[in-house]
Design a protein around this ligand. Structure first.
Ligand code: ZN
Ligand code: ZN
Length: 367
């Protein structure tokens, strides 16, 4: 058993507070990781708000990075001492996993978001001997140690800076993967990114590397729009002061947007993006509003070949895409440091508030 310090959510709406928890031994296909740093993602805020029903009290966190301390039975891809980035988990056996789409794993929801337990229904995490919610994305990384599924792990170089690279596991993977794996912009196309948080900006950076004709960032925070411009946006639209539909029409010469990436989870934004899409345009949504959230679609409006599509984790295979992202970072094309601000494990609640208020794009909790 490992005793470790964690940021715990006691109930929906409660703040993150630190407490000592216990982790069991790593089971088959699991690894005990000493967490060095972890990003804070909007999905963690969704758990805190109660929109994502992870059983509470529980430990969230799903952008961990750390060092392998012990391996469970059958683990072959990592060894103690390896530096690793933690991403999402999957079963490895269902048709989606076998087809190379682990983000669409048949067990996605219980294993990553809402189960809080291993596949055999045992708990990874206890407090004073009582099971609490854990196994979030197969990791629950808001803690100084985590029991992690081997399938979530990506081994990185011994000299890798884990504090800088931690957010690659969810937010950056989602943004890049959505742009490169799904939307695949081509030169000459127009691309709009709605929401310039870490996912949106990562998608924007990914799109900029493909040289679209117009790369448009839409948000309501002027500082973030300026950041988007400095990261490659050719146009920015402030939805708090401008008529977004009119501006997008003007920027695209009346043709409408070819490729739209909505990271906001706001149904009105997705609806607007669909209306502003051009002939044959695709609107890709990755945000996760509470279950049951719907948008009305004007069927005649989408008849000119428009597509509304969803995506999870950028439809990425972490072990394929994360090494590419590390190379892009090393070559200066993915300036992760410009999105980040660091906090201690005792400051997770402050980090959550700063992200919710748009003050910090990507908080990184340093353990
Ligand atoms: Zn996330
Ligand atoms: Zn699967």
């Amino acid at each position: 058993m490992t005793r470790t310090k964690a940021a715990v959510l006691e109930a929906p709406g409660a703040p993150f507070t630190t407490a000592e928890v216990e982790l069991g031994e790593p089971g088959a296909g699991e690894v005990l990781v000493r967490i060095v740093a972890t990003g804070l993602c909007h999905t963690d805020l969704g758990v805190q708000a109660g929109g994502i029903p992870l059983p509470l009290p529980g430990v969230a966190g799903h952008e961990g990075a750390g060092v392998v301390e012990r391996t469970g039975p059958g683990v072959t891809s990592v060894a103690p001492g390896d530096k690793v980035i933690l991403s999402f988990t999957s079963c490895g056996e269902c048709p989606s996993c076998l087809a190379g789409h682990p983000a669409y794993c048949a067990t996605w929801l219980p294993r990553n978001l809402v189960g809080a337990l291993r596949a055999d229904d045992s708990a990874t995490t206890t407090r004073d001997g009582e099971p609490i919610g854990g196994h979030f994305f197969g990791q629950s990384s808001f803690a100084q140690h985590a029991i992690v599924d081997e399938r979530s792990l990506v081994v990185v170089a011994p000299d890798a800076d884990l504090t800088v690279l931690a957010p690659l596991g969810c937010g950056v993977l989602t943004g890049f993967g959505s742009m490169w794996n799904v939307l695949q912009p081509e030169p000459g196309q127009s691309v709009a990114v709605y929401g310039t948080g870490a996912v949106g900006l990562s998608g924007l950076i990914a799109a900029a590397l493909r040289s679209p004709a117009q790369l448009i960032a839409v948000d309501i925070v002027p500082e973030r729009l300026e950041l988007a411009r400095s990261l490659g946006a050719t146009h920015v639209v402030d939805a708090s002061t401008e008529d977004v539909a009119a501006r997008l029409s003007e920027i695209t010469g009346g043709a409408g947007v070819n490729l739209s990436f909505d990271t906001t989870g706001n149904p009105q934004v997705a609806k607007g993006a669909l209306a502003s899409a051009g002939v044959g345009g695709t609107v890709l949504v990755c945000g996760a509003p509470p279950p049951g959230t719907e948008i009305g679609v004007d069927i005649q409006g989408i008849l000119p070949g428009k597509v509304l599509r969803g995506v999870t984790m950028g439809d990425a295979v972490p072990q394929d895409l994360i090494p590419q992202l590390i190379e892009l970072h090393a070559s200066g094309k993915l300036p992760l440091e410009r999105l980040q601000k660091r906090y201690s494990i005792d400051e997770v609640q402050q980090a959550a508030q700063d992200m919710a208020h748009g003050v910090t794009v990507k908080p990184v909790i340093v353990m």
